[in-house]
Design a protein around this ligand. Structure first.
Ligand SMILES: Cc1ncc(COP(=O)(O)O)c(C=O)c1O
Length: 393
């Protein structure tokens, strides 16, 4: 028996994989699994995408890392591409989603201090998930991930998700608020979608109040919902947007993008990261951004996403356990009226990798390259599994 030398943070994994190709993963005995989770919204272009592999190999052969004490041409090229696809003005690169959100939180606080607000507050949402660092777990609205790590940070105000009246009330009563931070779709909380028109109303409120509108697109970004960033579907621009996950297709990269006044907040010395945006990760992410655009993967996410959403609505219509089916693009949640984590194992036995969020929502985040035939297989197999599911009491 091997002595465990890894910290006990992830539980006991039921399976591990030795290689991947496209939308498929393979275990060491050669069993094939359709990956409808993409490493939790990471493998946008699928596994072992040849252009990503080539870019990583070439860059590793030339230069992996120099630190941000020196100019990094690839970083400049990638920031220009990201600004083009997002409508934002500038970018800070870190290594993860949590770090991207840390940068956003620091921008909001410094923005407040620059306006003379010495105790700046950021409005965050119930059930939010923004990461596991101290600031981002404080910003998250989930007691389970906070418990035991008190004292939490100050400077956050909680509001119900998607409730513009609650934000208007905070605006009337709290002059220390400088920003609002939220996910356009709450992924970890169970694929919760904002009400129609909410983003536009929030944009107006932020303009009136001079609050920074900050969107956490760590999970929704990079084409997942059918546009490069999901706010583009609403025709508005936030002041700050954070992303990670799908940006690197598996290499660790996070980015905090800012626009207008927010883009001018940080100056030299205000923030930094040793690895952030090094040549290796930027080379990989450049291929990801270019491929999403050139291969029209946002359109594919939208087309296949609609096909799956409609398909599940039809195939699960007679299932009394299924209480809601929702999502945008290739971010889909199937909510059951009771806990259903056993579905993960049942699906895996059928060669399908899925996830259950919040205990009762099947969450699907397949690679954006998934084709119609693969989507049909996902739809048929998962519908059969859910329809045959007899929850244990
Ligand atoms: C919306 C959102 N924000 C932030 C994070 C944290 O990202 P990371 O795990 O890369 O720090 C996640 C991860 O699931 C996320 O879904």
């Amino acid at each position: 028996m091997t002595v465990p030398t890894l910290m006990n943070t992830y539980g006991q994994p039921a399976v591990s994989f030795t290689r991947g190709e496209g939308v498929y993963l393979y275990d060491k005995t050669g069993n094939r699994y359709l990956d409808a989770l993409s490493g939790i919204a990471v493998n946008t272009l699928g596994h072992s995408h040849p252009a990503v592999t080539e870019a990583i190999c070439q860059q590793a052969g030339a230069l992996i890392h120099t630190s941000n004490l020196y100019g990094i041409e690839r970083q400049q090229q990638l920031s220009a591409s990201l600004c083009k696809v997002s409508g934002m003005d500038n970018v800070f690169f870190g290594n993860s989603g949590a770090e991207a959100n840390e940068a956003a939180i620091k921008i909001a606080r410094l923005y407040g201090h620059n306006k003379g607000i010495t105790q700046p507050q950021i409005v965050v949402m119930e059930n939010a998930f923004h990461g596991r660092t101290m600031a981002t777990l404080t910003a998250s609205g989930n007691r389970k991930i906070q418990a035991g790590f008190e004292p939490l940070l100050g400077g956050f105000v909680r509001a119900p998700y998607g409730d513009i009246a609650a934000l208007e009330s905070i605006a009337k009563n709290n002059a220390n608020v400088v920003a609002v931070l939220l996910e356009p779709i709450q992924g970890e909380a169970g694929v919760n979608v904002l009400p129609e028109g909410f983003m536009t109303s929030l944009r107006q409120l932020c303009d009136q109040q001079h609050w920074l509108m900050m969107l956490d697109e760590v999970q929704t970004g990079n084409g997942r919902t059918g546009a490069y960033f999901s706010y583009l579907l609403e025709g508005i621009y936030p002041d700050v947007v954070t992303t990670a996950k799908g940006l690197g297709n598996g290499v660790p990269i996070g980015a905090c993008l800012a626009r207008a006044e927010a883009a001018a907040v940080f100056g030299p010395g205000n923030h930094g990261s040793t690895y952030g945006g090094n040549p290796l990760v930027c080379a990989a992410a450049q291929v990801v951004v270019d491929t999403i655009v050139e291969d029209k993967l946002c359109d594919n996410a939208s087309t296949i996403g609609n096909f799956l959403l409609q398909g599940f609505k039809e195939s699960l219509s007679g299932n009394n356990w299924v209480t809601d089916i929702r999502g945008k693009g290739l971010m889909i949640g199937i909510e059951l009226g009771r806990p259903c984590t056993e579905l993960v194992g049942l699906a895996r036995d059928q060669g399908l990798l899925i996830n259950v969020a919040a205990g009762n929502v099947v969450r699907l985040l397949p690679p954006l390259i998934i084709d119609q035939q693969q989507a049909q297989h996902l739809l048929t197999t998962l519908s059969e599994i859910i329809n045959a599911f007899e929850p244990k009491d």
